[in-house]
Design a protein around this ligand. Structure first.
Ligand code: ATP
Ligand code: MG
Length: 444
């Protein structure tokens, strides 16, 4: 029975209070990204497995241990996307978008799937907001993408975050670094975890990203990539730092930061909060200049970031971030008697067509029970309409906040009466509070 009544391990349901928050976070991310010129792309939830093997990298934890891969009924190997970048790169290549004027700026909101050990801030299905930019090689682009990530996070009320920054160089200078790393790890091989021992030859940099405490300790003493990067990569990194400093964006250089996916080159970064414990990384990103070419396209500089929406929500909670008030019920029509119910049914339709959130009784409740329910809904107004009111064509409209009762017509002109009342109320609220809190939406 548990299988029927319990969601799979590592997955989450979002109840209405949460989905309202999620929609606000997503809207803020999308609106902020739009200010920077990023436009939304949607890609499929699953792709050919090979796409992730080739882009994320077959020596990464994600590919080696975490992917949801299966053979479909047509015998193809399919994988639920573990991250957003590979699908976007595949998509922009497939549709020839890289042939248009560059930079190409795209963003996505995608649920991702990783078979990980579920814990606070780590789920098997989670949602990411991310951006990807194609075309610019200049450090200005790195700074722009980082600035955007930061602006989204701070707009959501989270200011206690650290930007961790590093450069992992280009494939040429990295070859030197790999050599030095292999030598270093060879001395400590017997203490590394089994996975890392397997990576030592092919991709020793992955060991720096291993979460096992012993490997982390060994990794802490390893040669630092910044000591190995070539002059061009150094100049690029200096450029990014200069732009960030100029924009007043603080950062911390973390020489061990290499990030979990293989496709990164040059700049890598993370935004980390100290407020939610171990899973404090809310955003990770960087440059991946080689990925488009690795997937068969022409060499195209590219960069981006992915932001865990669930983690962002946890960090926002810790920061006591505010969410906008959800729009509740504007008016509850409380009919009594068959004729009144019929009229109420027609009136809620008219009211909704005019943008009022209107509800009426569907449960066959008594008048008293209906009023109690309207209160529970938080209705701003209730309109009592019995058959006798219907005969006179006048109902009793009650302002639930002030208790004031007004006679209102039960005809179509109810709409304009209600409209005028809410307008008058908004104006009064305004004069009580001063201009503070003024919101055009209050005027509908
Ligand atoms: P971590 O080091 O925490 O495992 P990662 O390097 O695997 O993160 P990325 O692949 O960079 O993460 O993904 C970008 C962001 O997506 C992360 O910074 C995080 O906010 C979020 N994220 C990654 N994995 C998970 C997960 N299993 N559950 C929830 N959010 C996740
Ligand atoms: Mg991970």
């Amino acid at each position: 029975m548990a299988l029927l009544t319990k969601a799979p391990r590592g997955t989450q349901d979002s109840l209405p209070e949460d989905t309202a928050k999620l929609r606000f976070i997503e809207a803020t991310a999308l609106e902020t990204a739009a200010l920077y010129g990023f436009r939304l792309i949607r890609t499929p939830t699953f792709e050919h497995t090979e796409l992730f093997d080739r882009s994320v990298g077959d020596t990464t934890d994600v590919v080696q241990k975490e992917m949801y891969t299966f053979i479909d009924k047509g015998g193809r190997s399919i994988t639920l996307r573990p991250e957003g970048t590979a699908g976007i790169v595949r998509c922009v290549m497939e549709h020839g978008l890289l042939g248009d004027a560059l930079p190409l700026k795209t963003c996505y909101i995608s649920n991702c799937f990783r078979y990980e050990k579920p814990q606070a801030g780590r789920w098997r299905e989670f949602s990411q907001f991310g951006v990807e930019m194609f075309g610019p090689a200049a450090p200005d682009a790195d700074a722009e993408v980082i600035a955007l990530a930061r602006e989204i996070i701070t707009t959501l009320g989270v200011t206690d975050i650290t930007l961790k920054l590093n450069s992992i160089g280009c494939p040429t200078c990295r070859a030197e670094y790999h050599k030095a790393l292999k030598e270093y790890f060879a001395h400590n091989a017997e203490n590394l975890c089994e996975t890392c021992r397997g990576r030592m030859d092919k991709n020793p940099m992955r060991i720096l990203d291993c979460k096992s405490p012993v490997c982390s300790e060994i990794a802490a003493g390893a040669p630092k990539v910044l000591d190995f990067i070539c002059d061009d990569c150094k100049a690029h990194f200096e450029g990014v730092k200069t732009r960030l400093t100029g924009a007043g964006i603080p950062f911390e250089i973390v020489p061990t930061l290499v990030r979990g996916l293989d496709y990164y080159t040059n700049t890598v970064f993370e935004f980390v909060s100290n407020a939610i414990g171990a899973q404090g990384t809310v955003c990770g990103g960087g440059r991946y200049n080689g990925l488009v070419e690795a997937l068969g396209g022409s060499p195209t500089p590219a960069l981006g970031f992915g932001m865990g929406i669930g983690r962002l929500m946890m960090v926002m909670k810790a920061a006591n971030s505010e969410y906008p008030q959800e729009k509740g019920c504007d008016i509850y029509l409380a009919p009594l008697g068959e004729n009144a119910r019929q009229r109420a049914f027609e009136l809620v339709k008219l009211l909704r067509a005019e943008g009022f959130a209107a509800e009426t009784d569907l449960m066959g409740r008594s008048l008293k029970a209906q009023m109690k329910y309207a209160d529970k809904l938080g209705a701003a107004y209730t309109l009592v309409m019995g058959d006798s009111e219907l005969e006179q064509g006048i109902g009793k409209l009650k302002n639930m906040k002030t208790g004031t009762q007004t006679d209102v017509p039960l005809s179509d002109s109810l709409i304009s009466t209600l409209y005028n009342l809410t307008l008058a109320e908004a104006v009064e609220d305004l004069s009580n509070t001063g201009l503070e809190g003024f919101n055009l939406n209050m005027l509908k």
